[in-house]
Design a protein around this ligand. Structure first.
Ligand code: IMP
Ligand code: MG
Length: 185
């Protein structure tokens, strides 16, 4: 594997900046859901680091579940509109206050499809919390209730987000210099 230093354009969000903002989000979510329970749904795999840090900053009782989706016939870096569930939730969400935890909203198709699928199961409430919002790329309107950072239209990696499945473990968000990155194969 290529060392990320070889293609890192810049560190867009430092590790401590991420953690500070996540603590703020956790506090805001805790205020909004005070007196109730939250059912967090993490979309695998990009959202796991964010989920793990965010849930430690939430003070109301919570439960966690996971789902995975994939786009129909799309390359790794784009979505075509339709997504299908590749790993479904373990437990039902009917009547629960559900908060979706995502790494990034790009075109918006993933979250829009997931919201549509989850609505059919009649949660009591359904909100979206995303770490990153690449708002300039939006093709479909999606409600985002909690957002960590609005970022420019650049491909990013680290802190859960991958480049060909690698680099998710890095504690910061970096941008890729596409001419220096050598994709696998
Ligand atoms: P959307 O359906 O276009 O909103 O795409 C969302 C998904 O695309 C995210 O959950 C990520 O998996 C992936 N994605 C979009 N932009 C990036 C990026 O800059 N780095 C890594 N993954 C990305
Ligand atoms: Mg993702």
């Amino acid at each position: 594997m290529q060392d990320y230093h070889e293609f890192l354009d810049e560190i867009l969000i430092e590790a401590d900046t991420l953690q500070k903002r996540i603590a703020e989000l956790g506090a805001e979510i805790s205020r909004d859901y005070a007196g109730g329970d939250i059912h967090l749904i993490c979309i695998l795999r990009g959202g796991v680091l964010f989920l793990a840090d965010l849930m430690r900053c939430i003070t109301v009782p919570l439960t966690v579940d996971f789902m995975a989706v994939s786009s129909y016939g799309a390359g790794a870096r784009q979505t075509t509109g339709q997504v299908r569930i590749t790993l479904d939730l373990q437990s039902g969400i009917t009547g629960r206050d559900v908060l979706l935890v995502e790494d990034i909203v790009d075109s918006g198709y993933t979250i829009a499809s997931v919201l549509k699928m989850l609505e059919t199961r009649h949660p009591k409430s359904l909100r979206v919390c995303t770490l990153l919002d690449k708002y300039e790329r939006r093709e479909v309107d999606v409600p985002i209730h909690y957002c960590g950072f609005r970022i420019p239209n650049k491909f990013v990696f680290g802190y859960g987000l991958d480049l060909d499945e690698y680099y998710r473990n890095l504690p910061f968000i970096g941008t890729v210099n596409a001419t220096l990155y050598r994709p696998l194969q």
